[in-house]
Design a binder for this molecule. Structure first.
Ligand SMILES: [Zn+2]
Length: 284
């Protein structure tokens, strides 16, 4: 399957030095790393949807003032998944499945741009989003799913052990080389998505299971204090989040592994998948 790596929402967070650390100018921002997968049988699959066209048109109403003041997304129409799908020469109606790592607004904002797609998410994530109280109302924005998507909800636990993770399973009706990898911790139904690459090996989109590449690959640099504060502030359960991170670290350190791991927001990781970047193998 051919996999396109898209940035569907560049962000310039407040306190950039504290959040991003010492990093080259080209990577001095956060990204919304989404995947567009061309499948032989199931049309196009989108993994996460970034910000959508409605977020660009009505940022305050859709994203909320607090989120806008912290994350400071650029919100350019041409960066939306819809525009990038079209720019690649595809019909947006061919996006038949959207698989969400979770329902935070920076991952689900693009859903309304693909109203006919089946949206895969963990059942307990949708439940958490629908019943959010207090500070969690800042992350989940019901406008992202007010158009009533065709949900396909996934229960846990179901599935098998894969690459050190439990309850991993293919998604019914979707190419079997796409796997849902439960990684609850950042949010109650957070999960990763593994995809078998055409060139061999696997890609593991770990969503917001971590924010800085140094969490998973210590040789890639020290995780920043700003991202640590952010992931602690937004987490659902610290123990589960740390367990996931140590499993991801073990997988990245495994010389025999053929899994390239990346998270949703690290610009350096995304650059590894651009044609001019270093080999994705560096992300093992
Ligand atoms: Zn996120």
């Amino acid at each position: 399957m051919k996999i396109h790596h898209l940035d569907c929402g560049r962000m310039h967070p407040i306190l950039p030095r504290l959040v991003l650390g010492p990093v080259a100018e080209a990577h001095r921002h956060l990204v919304c790393h989404c995947l567009l997968i061309e499948t032989p049988r199931d049309g196009l699959i989108l993994v996460d949807s970034g910000y959508g066209t409605a977020d660009c048109a009505h940022p305050r109403e859709r994203l909320g003032r607090f989120f806008l003041s912290i994350a400071r997304p650029e919100l350019r129409l041409e960066a939306t998944a819809l525009a990038q799908v079209q720019a690649l020469g595809f019909d947006p109606a061919d996006v038949r499945h959207i698989i969400l790592t979770h329902l935070d607004v920076d991952h689900a904002g693009g859903l309304p741009d693909f109203p006919d797609a089946t949206v895969h998410v963990m059942a307990r994530e949708l439940e958490a989003a629908r019943t959010a109280r207090g500070r969690h109302r800042l992350r989940y924005r019901p406008a992202s799913w007010a158009h009533q998507p065709r949900w396909h909800l996934h229960d846990d636990p179901a599935g098998e052990r894969w690459a050190g993770f439990e309850a991993v399973r293919p998604l019914p009706g979707v190419d079997p080389d796409v796997l849902l990898v439960p990684l609850a911790g950042h949010s109650p139904g957070h999960c990763g998505v593994a995809v078998k690459a055409a060139a061999g090996g696997w890609m593991l989109h770990a969503g917001d299971a971590y924010f800085h590449r140094g969490i998973v690959r210590p040789e890639a640099g020290r995780p920043t204090a700003g991202l640590w504060i952010f992931e602690t502030f937004t987490q659902w359960r610290a123990d589960a989040r740390r367990r996931n991170q140590s499993a991801l670290r073990a997988l990245a350190a495994d010389e025999a592994s053929d899994v390239a791991i990346f998270c949703a927001h690290d610009a350096v990781e995304l650059s590894r998948f651009h044609p001019e970047g270093p080999s994705p193998q560096l992300l093992r």
